[in-house]
Design a protein around this ligand. Sequence first.
Ligand SMILES: O=P(O)(O)OC[C@H]1O[C@H](O[C@H]2O[C@H](CO)[C@@H](O)[C@H](O)[C@H]2O)[C@H](O)[C@@H](O)[C@@H]1O
Length: 256
Amino acid sequence: MTEHNYPYDRAADALFLDFDGTLVDLASEPGGVLVSPALIEALQRLQQESGGAIAIVSGRPMDELDHFLKPLRLPLAGVHGAERRTADGSVVQQPVPDASHLQQRLQAFADSHGLLMERKRGAVALHYRHQPHLESLCIETMSAALQQEPGFSMLRGKMVVEAKPHINKGDAIAAFMREAPFRGRRPVFIGDDVTDEAGFAWVQSEVAKGLGIKVGNGATQAGLRVDNPAAVLSLLQQSLTRALPASPPLLTPASG
Ligand SMILES: O=P(O)(O)OC[C@H]1O[C@H](O[C@H]2O[C@H](CO)[C@@H](O)[C@H](O)[C@H]2O)[C@H](O)[C@@H](O)[C@@H]1O
């Protein structure tokens, strides 16, 4: 890997990180993810040594991200960008449609099928990890419910189907990139899921000229690929300790 395509340079780049499946391994329940002290330490040092140009961009609400990442207070985008905390600590809430009817309707469906439903501000997630055979039914039910509820987009993730406002992770990263200390840097986004493709598309656009790094298998438009959250942590740790370039084995071309 040459210096030119070095995957992340803390002095010159702005780093955007997805949470589930990227920084932490997926768990059977949303509350069950484990955050290692080594990850907290790496993120803390990166925040200090990158001039604060690091943010988490997640489908989760920001209060959950704060909970899992405590004692860190990082810039955050939650609910796929519907809410953001900027580097100076200001909170920006995007206007979102009222999700209460949708949540009510889906709660009845979830209860009757023993599914887990997550309520978020302006969004709702229907999890079928414990009942994968109900995937099609969940997608059909969400799709039908959204016919009655304009203002939401349907988004499929890992064992989950979500309704969220018409905003995506690309919009959230673009908003950070208009602000200090991100402005003027090259955006690098690391993510693992279909929900991260909008982020890859934006960072690799002609406007942003950045880099997307996909975690794990699956089709992607990201330029590079890394194996799993453990390898992401190694990449973050390497970027703290090594001069350019980092050792190549962690990253491979994503090729589709
Ligand atoms: O954008 P992300 O940070 O990747 O968040 C996406 C969704 O992550 C969570 O669900 C996923 O992780 C759970 C814990 O590992 C897992 O049980 C579930 O099957 C996954 O879909 C979270 O619960 C959602 O709200 C996020 O949108």
